[in-house]
Design a binder for this molecule. Structure first.
Ligand code: G6Q
Length: 541
């Protein structure tokens, strides 16, 4: 099958015309009650409010045409059913299906890909048995004590999603249990964690799909050395989550080991065992299952063809409107929830590693913009930091606000007749309005130009199920955008070159050490390394 290029779609031409006069949010009455009421959609317990985007009915109709013409929902269903989506036509590529949704299809009587869902069920059952053994004291440390801490050792997709979810849901921690994370090869990352835990009551969960990632294998060695130094047997403290047949797939080296499969991409793997083991340990098996349920509800809803009723599809198309037709290069994701502190970091990877591409699935350079630069921080903190640029800077930054009507802990205070949670939500809505409408002022320095697009995703409360839903909303949004831009959202060739060059530098350094050479020491270390390794002209090597 030859995929259709974005620029060849007739709806793209129509959208370009419409983009010449986008909806003016600053016009008096541009944001009336009727618009606020009509420009909202709901999926997975979230309401998506998009009246503050620069689009109207004509734009929405044309975005619907774009979704239909590009076959976005058909491609999504094909992905869920196991079609090989991770590929570039005519060129060497990973050439695999993309089946992260199968981890959540366990609630379905007729899963879209029964084989992958069966494997997910098996892993989940294995996890349940392992967690049961911990709960019942069948797995204990050498002194017969239970384990209280799990440290996940992994990087990139084997860290960001699980970490973001854990921080989001710490409120649901089991008594006496907690999780920590070591990702960076920076030894200070591990040192800080190791110096603040009781090693004897800690399990280290080494997570690597490939089983060959430099940072993770180095940190595994570091952790083992720390355990031995403390007189502990690493085999009693180490777990593994890895791909079938990977160099780490040696169950005898670990207290327990779990599998993930090559059809689940790292950045889409939080709902596989990559997230399951640590989240299950710290929050409980049932909480992990609730996350899966929330995600599954969105996976099902994302098959809806009408963009006005399918939030991830609508988020994807709104993003494409801003990126390709209104020309905005970046996207701020601004959660008004402190618990979502690391969610933007997860999205940075999920979105930018997926859609930061410039070759189409037909193997030709694209001539249209693809993924935006994604970044963000929780509000209201951000308001006291970078919002100045959002409101008055020379770059228009579309924003996606995320908030909840109720707090997680339910512990609040009423000051001046409003609760802190109400203050939080009011601030979020106010920011969205201020960006849209702007403000005239005689003093130019106090003027707000307005017409800065944003949307609000609001749920009732941040729970395991709503966290799962939020995760899946963004995963599907990203996937829909990739389909529309006709790029492969599932590989990551762009991270390879730097890794190869770092390997060369380290080889040079190691060889110099072995030869007892002093040349590489002292001031000129970096210069000597770079020249000796051939990194200055990598294409020739
Ligand atoms: C994610 C990427 C990447 C990957 C890490 C860790 O989609 O592939 O971030 O997750 O490089 O890889 P391993 O899990 O193989 O150690």
């Amino acid at each position: 099958m030859l995929f259709r290029e974005f620029n060849d779609l007739s709806s793209v031409r129509r959208l370009r015309q419409l983009a010449e006069t986008p909806y003016d949010l600053t016009r008096p009455g541009a944001l009336d009650g009727e618009r606020l009421q009509n420009y909202r959609a709901a999926t997975g317990g979230f309401d998506y409010l998009y009246a503050t985007q620069r689009l109207d009915e004509q734009t929405l109709d044309s975005l619907q045409d774009l979704a239909d013409e590009a076959g976005l929902v058909e491609q999504f269903i094909a992905m869920k059913s196991g079609e090989v989506m991770n590929r570039i036509e005519g060129f060497d590529s990973e050439n695999r299906p993309v089946l992260h949704t199968a981890c959540r299809d366990i609630f379905s009587d007729a899963p879209r890909h029964p084989g992958a869902t069966e494997q997910a069920r098996e892993q989940l059952a294995r996890l349940r048995r392992f967690l049961d053994d911990l709960d019942r004291g069948r797995i204990v440390n050498h002194r017969g004590e239970t384990f209280t801490t799990m440290v996940q050792v992994g990087i990139g997709g084997s860290d960001l999603g699980p970490r973001a979810l854990y921080i989001a849901l710490e409120r649901y921690r089991l008594p006496g249990r907690s999780a920590r994370f070591i990702a960076n090869v920076d030894p200070d990352d591990a040192a800080a964690v190791l110096s603040s835990i009781d090693l004897s009551r800690t399990l280290f969960n080494v997570v690597s799909k490939s089983g060959s990632t430099l940072e993770t294998l180095t940190n595994e060695r570091l952790v083992k050395a720390a355990l031995r130094d403390a007189g502990l047997d690493p085999a009693r403290h180490l777990l593994a989550v890895t791909g079938v047949g990977s160099p780490m797939d040696n169950p005898r080296d670990y207290l327990a080991s779990f599998h993930m499969y090559d059809y689940i991409g790292g950045r889409y793997s939080a709902t596989s065992m990559v997230g399951g083991v640590t989240l299950g340990f710290a929050l409980g098996h049932d909480v992990f299952v609730e996350i899966l349920k929330g995600a599954h509800a969105v996976d099902v809803a994302a098959e809806e063809r009408s963009i006005r009723a399918n939030v991830p599809l609508l988020m994807a198309l709104t993003g494409i409107w801003n990126r390709c037709f209104l020309g905005h290069q970046t996207l701020a994701v601004l959660p008004y929830s402190q618990a979502l502190l690391r969610f933007p970091a997860h999205l940075q990877q999920c979105d930018m590693e997926s859609n930061g591409k410039s070759i189409s699935r037909n193997g030709i350079p694209v001539s249209w913009p693809t993924g935006p630069i994604v970044w963000g921080e929780p509000g209201t903190n951000g308001q006291h930091a970078f919002y100045q640029l959002l409101h008055q800077g020379t770059t228009t930054v579309p924003a996606e606000f995320i908030g909840f009507r109720r707090s997680q802990y339910g512990r609040d205070i009423t000051v001046d007749n409003t609760s802190s949670q109400e203050k939080l939500v009011a601030n979020m809505l106010a920011q969205s309005m201020a960006l849209a409408t702007g403000r005239e002022h005689a003093n130019p320095n106090k003027r707000f130009a307005g017409n800065r697009p944003s949307s609000v995703l609001i749920g009732d409360r941040l729970t395991p199920a709503s966290m799962g839903a939020l995760l899946a909303l963004y995963e599907s949004k990203i996937v829909f955008q990739g389909f529309c831009w006709n790029i492969n959202s599932f590989d990551q060739e762009g991270v390879q070159l730097g890794k190869v060059l770092a390997g060369r530098l380290l080889d040079v350094l190691a060889a110099a050490r072995e030869n007892g050479s002093k040349n590489l020491d002292g001031k000129s270390l970096e210069y000597a390394l770079l020249t000796a390794s051939g990194c200055l002209n990598p294409t020739r090597k």
